[in-house]
Write a protein that binds this ligand. Structure first.
Ligand code: C2E
Ligand code: CA
Ligand code: CA
Length: 794
């Protein structure tokens, strides 16, 4: 080999090592972990050994013409110098785009260390003679080397572009070459004696061998670096793909024949499992057992459909998800990808919304909407053998509790009621709050007996006392019971039937249940029709008032009249107040009716002699109106009837239903000078107690006692007792329903003050309407009385 070949070989080794070290510096720069120091070290070693190999191979061409060798120590030192010099230089450029200062720093260090290596390597030479350097060459060599080595890092930001790598490598190798060849150009061998040296000498062949070894090392390192670079790209690609897969909202998995090959992070999080525990697992194990067929469908075929699936996560946690699947090729083999979107939360909130939509917020019972749904479904399933029972429950006296104790207690009471009802239910039954204090129970497959028993138990359990917030409360319940298909085949009819039965139960005195009876609905419709007609009649002022005389036992003269309302229906004829007053009460018409009667009667009474009094009946319902007292006073003032001439007849129930307000109104009226009579006395159940509650002016003995007078011993005693009581309490006592002379005589003899009845006069239009005669002829009045009556009124 001639000298040029060695020089070219040296430059080639240098070029390869420089490019290699640049690649490794970039590799180190891009590494984020500790591996960057490994790559950096490798870069320094490759650069260092490259420089060293270049130097020694080039020296083969430029060695002195005499026999020579190298001292081992300085030779090793020379390679170490450049390796340890390159390391900090590379550290300086270890940023994506190093500043000029850093680049210059790196160039400076590299120039110095390459020069140091060169001089040390030269100093290691052992030959007969010495070396003479020309300093200006050395300075030029090092200066140029530094500049070129600094320029090498100029395009670091463009890496790993091949041109940038090539340029950097080339500049580095030029730097090395500049230092070596310029320095050598200024170096002369001065023959002389062999320098004394105890060091081991290595010869030319050993130099070659080590240069070749370093070239191979450089090549291997380069291959490692390049492979690593490729591998790193693959890894980066994979990481990027994984990141992408994790950016999705869906959990994704890839499987081959149902065996999971890979899953994304979303799926791992969703199932609370790690990738290692998912891979290799059968996809089917992720599904709830009852959704196995569905997941199998998604595993086997390109189902294309979007389904809802129940899943099982770590520790058996239940999840729900939307599932979609597709066939793909994965790593060259047929596989499937399954996408799962977690819908558990959505489901949960949907369930919560559903709960709110179908449950009563106060009691947690089903609400009306839920009840309607259940009723529709249950009535569909009801058969004669397995009938459906519907119980409508209305709490009695709940309003009073609410008024007296406040809504807070009222609400708590409703909650207690709900929990008591819940305890009575079987599994299939449904109990709902229909609103206010109304509840309903649906019992599918319950016989008539079972339904009846349940109704009894409902009343019993709700009549038992409640303890709410330290208060002992007693309410009760009325229950209407209807059954399908016995009473109805559709929901609306069944509801109506139970409602009719409930209305009946309430009318019959509450705390009881009523079974729907055929005909109830007809009567109900009739009642509604009558209600409508009554409303029209009141609006049209088409009601009449008749007057029944009240006679003084002592003088046998008429002292007053009781006003009794009359209604003659256009098609049904006269309807008794016994029938239409309750309808007016229920339909809320009683206030208007009461005013109408009072206006008519008071106007009529004004035309009577001044000593004749007027009695007007008041319904307990009228006392629900807090303005009742004011209204009555206003009416008689407007008409001009003195308060002393008016007497109001009330029954005991006034004081039972809502005693405090009624008492206030009664006191107000009495204070105004209006007298108050207790009507139908003896029929109630707390007569004596009632008498203590309010200072009535008058008692009216119910006609049922009068009519049994002399026939029924107990009734007779009762009349005597009432009369005696009236005397001792200084109350005027009127006996109603006197039909015979015997009754009349007996009553008068027993100390009764006033009498009233067909014997003395039937109710009739206002006396003066009848041509001034107070009592119409032919009313069956005893002849002996006619004189007194006439006397009394003319
Ligand atoms: P009441 O207040 O006890 O009225 C007396 C009822 O007994 C009247 O029936 C009267 O016609 C009837 N009567 C009178 N004498 C005899 C008799 O000798 N024998 C028999 N068997 N009955 C007699 P009426 O008019 O059918 O009224 C029935 C009930 O309707 C009244 O009972 C009263 O509670 C209610 N009522 C009538 N008019 C009004 C009214 O304007 N307002 C209110 N709130 N209730 C009224
Ligand atoms: Ca009366
Ligand atoms: Ca009466």
């Amino acid at each position: 080999m001639n000298s040029l070949t060695w020089v070219l070989l040296a430059v080639a080794i240098g070029t390869v090592s420089c490019i290699g070290s640049v690649v490794l510096v970039i590799r180190a720069r891009d590494a984020t972990d500790k591996s960057r120091w490994f790559w950096l070290g490798l870069a320094a070693i490759i650069y260092g050994s490259g420089v060293w190999a270049t130097h020694f191979v080039a020296m083969i061409a430029e060695a002195p013409p005499m026999r020579m060798g190298y001292a081992l120590g300085p030779t090793v030192l020379s390679v170490l110098l450049v390796i340890f010099g390159a390391f900090p230089a590379f550290v300086l450029v270890l940023t994506p785009s190093p500043t000029r200062l850093r680049r210059m720093g790196a160039g400076l260090i590299l120039g110095v260390s390459v020069a140091a290596m060169h001089l040390t390597g030269m100093a290691a030479m052992r030959f007969a003679g010495t070396l003479a350097y020309r300093p200006e060459y050395l300075v030029l060599a090092v200066g140029l080397g530094m500049v070129l080595s600094a320029l090498a890092w100029r395009r670091l930001a463009d890496f790993p572009a091949v041109s940038a790598v090539g340029e950097a490598g080339l500049l580095l190798v030029l730097g090395i070459a500049a230092i070596h060849f310029i320095a050598m150009a200024g170096t002369r061998y001065v023959p002389g004696p062999m320098a004394a040296s105890g060091a081991i000498l290595i010869g030319r062949n050993a130099t070659l061998a080590s240069a070749a070894a370093s070239a191979i090392a450089i090549g291997l390192s380069l291959i490692v670096g390049l492979f690593d670079q490729r591998w790193r790209q693959v890894r980066l690609e994979a990481a990027r793909l994984r990141q992408l897969a994790d950016c999705t909202i869906e959990g994704l998995l890839i499987h081959a024949e149902g065996v999971i090959l890979w899953a994304n992070g979303v799926l791992c999080d969703m199932l609370d499992m790690d990738l290692a525990s998912l891979t290799g697992r059968d996809v089917a194990t992720l599904a709830h057992p009852h959704d196995l067929p569905m997941i199998r469908r998604h595993v086997l075929a390109d189902s294309g459909s979007l389904d809802e699936i129940a899943m099982v996560g770590a520790n058996g946690r239940a999840l729900s998800a939307e599932i979609a699947s597709r066939r793909i090729r994965y790593e060259g083999r047929p596989a499937g990808v399954i996408a799962l979107r977690d819908t558990t939360d959505r489901r949960r909130s949907a369930a919560r919304i559903e709960h709110l939509a179908f449950h009563d917020t106060l009691t947690g019972l089903a609400n009306r909407a839920r009840f309607d749904d259940a009723l529709a479904a249950m009535i569909e399933a009801a058969t004669v053998a397995q009938p459906l029972s519907l119980l409508l429950i209305d709490l009695d006296r709940f309003k009073a509790v609410n008024d007296l104790h406040g809504h807070l207690i009222g609400d708590q009471l409703l909650q207690h009621v709900a929990s008591r009802l819940r305890r009575l239910m079987r599994e299939d039954d449904l109990v709902a709050r229909m609103g206010g204090d109304e509840f309903a129970i649906l019992c599918p497959k319950a016989s008539v007996e079972a339904a009846t028993r349940l109704a009894d138990r409902v009343i019993e359990t709700l009549s038992a006392r409640f303890e709410v917030d330290g208060q002992v409360l007693t309410i009760g319940a009325s229950v209407g019971l209807a059954m399908a298909p016995l009473n109805a085949r559709d929901a609306a009819t069944l509801m109506q039937a139970a409602d009719l039965a409930l209305g009946r139960a309430k009318r019959e005195g509450r705390d009881r249940f009523c079974f729907f009876e055929p005909g109830m609905d007809i009567r109900f419709r009739e009642r509604r029709a009558i209600e409508q007609d009554l409303r029209s009649a009141i609006e049209a002022d088409a009601l009449d008032v008749h007057y029944q005389p009240v006679v003084d036992c002592a003088t046998r003269e008429i002292v007053g009249y009781e006003a009794l309302v009359r209604w003659s229906h256009a098609t049904r004829g006269p309807i008794s107040p016994v029938d239409f007053i309750p309808i007016a009460e229920e339909a809320g018409l009683i206030l208007a009716l009461g005013k109408l009667v009072l206006e008519h009667a008071a106007a009529a009474a004004c035309r009577w002699p001044a000593h004749i009094s007027l009695a007007v009946n008041l319904s307990p319902r009228q006392f629900h109106d807090p303005n009742l007292g004011d209204d009555i006073i206003a009416i008689i003032q407007r008409v001009g009837l003195p308060a002393e001439r008016l007497e109001l007849e009330v029954t005991e129930s006034v004081l039972i239903d809502d005693s405090s307000r009624a008492l206030d109104i009664l006191k107000q009226l009495k204070a105004h000078g209006i007298r108050i009579a207790l009507d139908d006395f003896g029929t109630g159940y707390s007569s004596l107690g009632t008498l203590r509650q309010f200072p009535f002016d008058k008692l009216k003995i119910d006609r049922s006692f009068v009519q049994s007078l002399g026939i029924d011993h107990d009734a007779t005693s009762m009349v005597h007792a009432i009369l005696a009581m009236g005397t001792s309490l200084r109350l005027t006592v009127t006996a109603e329903g006197v039909e015979t002379e015997l009754q009349f005589e007996t009553l008068c003899a027993s100390g009764c003050d006033l009498v009233q009845g067909f014997l003395l006069g039937r109710p009739a239009p206002s006396p003066e309407v009848n041509g001034g005669s107070p009592v119409p002829e032919g009313d069956g009045a005893a002849p002996g009385l006619a004189r007194h009556r006439r006397v009394g009124l003319v």
